[in-house]
Design a protein around this ligand. Structure first.
Ligand code: KIV
Length: 267
């Protein structure tokens, strides 16, 4: 059991990294799932724009709007007071500093977000700084960037060669120095994620980034086996449980005890 009290705060997440306590995060999109996650001891809930794929049935996250994210995040907040609430800024809602500040302010005011998440590296540094100086905590997101799917061409592992690995490490430091409070690393080799985690003072949260990150996040519908294909980096926790609440508890325990992710879930 975590020694950190609830409701969880941004400084509490930082304290978990300092104490070497792993952070267990899941995505949620509604009050009912969120309350079951709260009872299971999930530390952080991400209202991800993955909702475009798992809730709305789109091929990508790109169609998701700010209004839709606010609707889902406000529902999650009503269902769960304990976990830290991180909410995604959808595609093209942070294209300028002013737009980012207005969008993020709506997530905080209307949805109860404690932190906002945005995708991208060095070209997002000014936006991260502009939010951080307004005391809006920011979670940066590097590696596989679903909002960049048309540039990337496919959902695939990033940072495999030395040059792109070095670029990701540099960008992680730039984002931290600009004021990011947290960093999601999606689909990067485990050794690179270890290096980034060791170089940063802020916590890293991995998804397909190996066991060395300070915490883990999964799309809840993936780890319950509800999506058609369980990604390589995922595990179906419902297969091992009597119900959804127990599946969430098993996940929290496996992350805390560093039994998930295992080597077969890593690149
Ligand atoms: O949208 C989302 O759910 C995410 C996670 C996959 C990290 O960004």
């Amino acid at each position: 059991m975590s020694e950190i009290g609830r409701p969880l705060t941004v400084p509490a997440l930082q304290a978990m990294k300092s104490r070497g306590e792993k952070i267990a995060a899941l995505t949620a999109y509604d009050a009912c799932f969120a309350s079951v996650m709260d009872a299971a001891g999930v530390d952080m809930i991400l209202v991800g724009d993955s909702l475009g794929m798992v809730i709305q049935g789109h091929e990508s996250t790109l169609p998701v709007t700010l209004e839709q994210v606010i609707y889902h995040a406000a529902s999650v907040r009503r269902g769960a007071a304990g976990p830290l609430l991180v909410v995604d800024l959808p595609f093209m809602t942070y294209a300028s500093i002013q737009q980012a500040q207005e969008s993020a302010a709506r997530l905080v005011r209307e949805a109860g977000a404690q932190m906002v998440k945005l995708e991208g590296g060095r070209h997002r540094v000014d936006v991260v700084r502009a939010l951080a100086v307004q005391d809006i905590p920011v979670c940066a997101h590097l590696g596989l960037l679903p909002q960049s799917i048309h540039r990337l061409g496919a959902y695939k592992v990033q940072g495999r060669d030395d040059r792109s690995a070095q670029r990701l490490l540099e960008e992680a430091i730039l984002l931290q120095d600009a004021g990011a409070s947290l960093l999601v690393l999606e689909c990067v080799p485990a050794l690179l994620a270890n290096e980034i985690t060791a170089a940063l003072a802020i916590p890293t949260i991995g998804i397909g980034a190996g066991p060395g990150c300070d915490g883990q996040v999964l799309v809840s519908y993936d780890m319950l086996g509800l999506t058609p294909r369980c990604p390589t980096f995922c595990r179906n926790f419902l297969e091992e449980a009597a119900g959804i609440g127990e599946a969430f508890s098993l996940y929290v325990r496996a992350v805390r005890e560093q039994r998930f992710p295992a080597s077969e879930h890593s690149y």
